[in-house]
Design a protein around this ligand. Sequence first.
Ligand code: NAG
Ligand code: NAG
Ligand code: NAG
Ligand code: NAG
Length: 156
Amino acid sequence: MALKSLLLFSLLIASIAVPLAEAQLGGILGPLLGLLRIQGILYCTPNGNISVNATTTPVFPNALVQLQCGGNVVSTATTNGSGLFSILLDPVNFLLSTLVSGCKLVVNTPLASCNASLPSVGGLVSNLQFIGNTVAGLLNIGNLIPTGFQFNANVN
Ligand SMILES: *[C@@H]1O[C@H](CO)[C@@H](O)[C@H](O)[C@H]1NC(C)=O
Ligand SMILES: *[C@@H]1O[C@H](CO)[C@@H](O)[C@H](O)[C@H]1NC(C)=O
Ligand SMILES: *[C@@H]1O[C@H](CO)[C@@H](O)[C@H](O)[C@H]1NC(C)=O
Ligand SMILES: *[C@@H]1O[C@H](CO)[C@@H](O)[C@H](O)[C@H]1NC(C)=O
């Protein structure tokens, strides 16, 4: 009986002590901020993917990339001159599991805008995948990337 309550007591202390230590550390260093980052490069190819010969694949600049969840646009970004886009999200508002299971990237800027030989209707769609966390200073960033774009003629 005594042993059992001692065990319970130490379990209790342990469960209090860990958050306390974290809170104290946070008090000294400032808060550890979480961030979710969706990043990728869009290529000027029929499917937005990099071609096998990576060195010669042109990128798709100035394309509007939408993050859609349940059919709603929740965030947008524009690709820069290197075809790179980056969407930052506050994990307070977004669950990683929801992003992976219920959201997708949609590009409805026509491919023709980067290469006139490519379609002028339709767009690119990709699901998301989580590739891990990176810690940058006090930021803990959860990184997501497109699983791979596919051309969809019905995107508008
Ligand atoms: C990739 O492109 C380079 C430069 O144009 C060329 O030298 C090389 O043969 C290509 N490789 C393949 C596998 O097509
Ligand atoms: C696009 O953004 C990336 C990351 O910020 C940067 O390294 C790259 O130089 C940018 N490209 C252009 C053409 O601005
Ligand atoms: C434009 O797209 C066509 C069809 O995919 C391709 O053959 C051509 O090489 C592309 N041009 C450039 C400049 O990338
Ligand atoms: C683009 O790349 C993704 C991931 O590698 C692949 O699943 C998809 O089929 C590719 N799209 C096309 C049209 O090849």
